[in-house]
Write a protein that binds this ligand. Structure first.
Ligand SMILES: Nc1ncnc2c1ncn2[C@@H]1O[C@H](COP(=O)(O)OP(=O)(O)OP(=O)(O)O)[C@@H](O)[C@H]1O
Ligand SMILES: [Mg+2]
Length: 286
């Protein structure tokens, strides 16, 4: 079975202030396969976090069904297995760190799960190494940078040995260096450890690093494809309040002005290559 998450025709509403239901997800279906690295994009309030909370039983659909590793999230008896298989990482690392020493923080959930001490030791060391924070294992979390704290929070999830991690804007509160560190860590967990990743982000350059990009608008899926194809829909993305990577934007403007350039450029390297080719064709020395 290679489907980690399967949401089928799910709808969800919150109770509004006026007691009227506020429909947030509309008959939405999505499948996340084992090993995938998926970005979820969408304007503020489009329903990304609400959708993510359906991926590990924090919220249950009002209609439709969600299966996580084949288990129906509405069945309470599966809660433990579901939470162990799909871990969630949130925006603010300070809200996720509970202990005063890094390695104790990573061990916290395992202790609550009753994992034997020798195994805890092994799993904590492995988790800290996988996020590049092993050298900091005896430090106090408050001494760490935002990016380092977020990597410790990720280690706490990885120590549970989940098949999948869902990260809800994990870099939103970080400086550029912290963002780079966390993205490198997430890529490594996916690539080297085979962990399935669902990354909710507002950063287009982060989405461009994923294998697949899902665009959510008003609680429904607007686009779902490889990054270069999703970002080729520049007008459509702009119409729902989203940007495209800077490289895509530049090429898009040049294409609009009649330059013969490909429409699937999403990285700086790709952009440089395409512009060099264009200049070569025009016999310009640069
Ligand atoms: N606990 C809640 N109670 C009532 N309404 C909520 C609650 N959480 C979210 N909403 C509403 O549901 C809609 C979708 O919110 P959600 O947080 O899923 O969006 P989002 O795409 O994650 O937005 P953002 O990019 O700002 O994080 C919004 O209109 C929001 O106001
Ligand atoms: Mg959100």
């Amino acid at each position: 079975m290679d489907s980690i998450i399967s949401a089928q025709n799910i709808s969800f509403s919150y109770q509004g202030e006026d007691n009227q239901p506020n429909m947030v997800l509309h008959d939405l279906s999505i499948e996340i396969k084992k090993g995938e690295f998926v970005a979820v994009l969408g304007h503020n309030g489009s329903g990304k976090s609400t959708l993510a909370k359906h991926f590990n039983s924090i919220l249950l659909p009002m209609s439709g069904v969600v299966y996580v590793v084949g288990l129906n999230t509405a069945d309470e008896s599966h809660l433990y297995d579901i939470r162990q298989n799909v871990g969630m990482v949130f925006q603010n690392p300070d809200n996720q760190i509970v202990a005063t020493i890094v390695e104790e923080d990573v061990a916290f959930a395992l202790e609550n799960m009753g994992v034997p001490p020798a195994e805890i030791r092994q799993r904590v060391d492995e988790a800290l190494k996988s996020v590049g924070m092993y050298e900091h294992r005896l430090h106090a979390p408050h001494q760490l940078s935002g990016g380092q704290k977020q990597r410790v929070a990720i280690a706490g999830i990885i120590a549970m040995r989940p098949q999948c991690i869902v990260l809800d804007e994990p870099t939103a509160m970080l400086d550029p260096k912290g963002r780079r560190e966390v993205m490198k860590t997430i890529r490594r967990l996916n690539h080297d450890y085979g962990i399935t990743v669902v990354l909710i982000t507002h950063y287009m350059d982060e989405a461009a690093q994923c294998d697949r990009v899902v665009v959510v608008d008003s609680g429904a899926i607007l686009l779902d494809d490889i990054p270069s194809r999703v970002f080729s829909h520049v007008e459509q993305l702009k119409s729902v309040g989203l940007d495209v990577p800077q490289a895509t934007e530049l090429i898009y403007e040049l294409r609009k002005n009649g330059y013969d350039l490909p429409d699937d450029i999403i990285t700086e390297e790709g952009c440089i290559e395409a512009l060099a080719k264009l200049l070569e064709g025009a016999h310009v020395n640069y």
